[in-house]
Design a protein around this ligand. Sequence first.
Ligand code: TRP
Length: 460
Amino acid sequence: MSEKNSPSERQSLHGQWSSRLAFILAVSGSAVGLGNIWKFPYITGVNGGGAFVLVYLLCIVAIGLPIMISEIMLGRRGRRNPITSMELLGREETGSGTWKFVGVIGLVAGFLILSYYSVIAGWTLNYFILSSKGTFTGLMAPDVNQVFENLNQSFSTQLIFHTIFMAVTILIIAKGIRQGLERVVVILMPALFFILIVLLFYAISQGNISEGFTFMFKPDFTKIDGSSVLAAMGHAFFTLSLGMGCVVAYGAYLPKQESIFKTTYAIIICDTLIALVAGLVVFSIVFDNNLDPSQIAGAGLIFKTLPLAFGQMPSGVFFGSIFFILLGFAALTSAISLLEPSVAWMIERKNLSRGLSAIIMGSIIWALGLFTVLSGNELSDFTFWKGTLFDNIDHLTSNILLPTSGLLFTVFAGWFMSKKSSSDELDINRKFQYKFWRFLARYIAPIGVLVIFLNAIGLF
Ligand code: TRP
């Protein structure tokens, strides 16, 4: 079917986005999530602040930007799930379908990421309930800390919320692209941003914003080493949803006439801004409460700090509950994008219905999530390599798998795809931006990823 048409006329099998805005919102919905609000402050804390943030920002521009453009372009040209798109394009451009393995690495990464992502999203649901009951009103740091420890140590509470979150994700995917995806994103993203701004005002008026600011933006290069640089790069992939093929999958539904460049800029600016605001807020609270960032840093960071602000501010019960439920929704729009590619692949390749595919894939991921649930309690002493099972899954996916497949996506787009094909997708009349993309995609991004990899394993 597809082989008969020219690549630029190929159609998606799942319809298209109703507008460019719908696509921007969906990709931002995928990009903005726990990565920005939970993970960014947490790993910034672990890696000592300013210098890490600076490397992260550099990675966003020099590596994330060209790879995002490459992935959207590959999706729009392939018009299939990431694996099939890569197979198809590999054949067209190089005569070999082996490129589909790039999509396969991404699929594996997505599976593993969603397994722990859903557990953390479960924490936010739990915090929604706790906040709405007024649990945090007037609490001091040690008590707030204890609330988090109780959750982390409870297998059953985490299991319940992880299960709820996964079930909702499966349901939305089962209902299909249009109805499922588009509607959720349009309302919730701006709402979440609004609450962040409220928190920022709180941080400015009540928190220790100056010390928070210094911690986040004053680089101290003695605090970072090869592995923090790797973590900064890994997070650039994670936060922009790159490497896994999410963006390839969404690009497949993008109408031909839309500009990929503009869309990408909008998404990256929005994603980075949210992360920076979240980080500022969190660290203003950390310093305001005389907490030590290196002590409190860890996967519980936002759960140990934000409730302090909500517990003290006027209408904190209201803002706190809205914040955590919105964060849950932001996680949901990201989770949807983590599940969609593998479900699309199953529908197209195994000929199963959307509903059944969503249930099968979702259940496997749910089961994998139990490893993360257990990492805080029964298996908390079971550590190897980078730490607990959760730490290892996170490290393997964010810092190894995503950069590897992201690297291959961009090497394919920059080196193996003909100039004719890529310029056909990326608007021929945007010569400068096209050249700039191609330079970053061919040289800067691949060399950057390789150098950071080699540096992290100590080769130089
Ligand atoms: N970017 C999302 C976040 O920051 C998480 C996410 C969604 C993701 N899809 C992805 C991460 C694909 C890596 C790959 O919360």
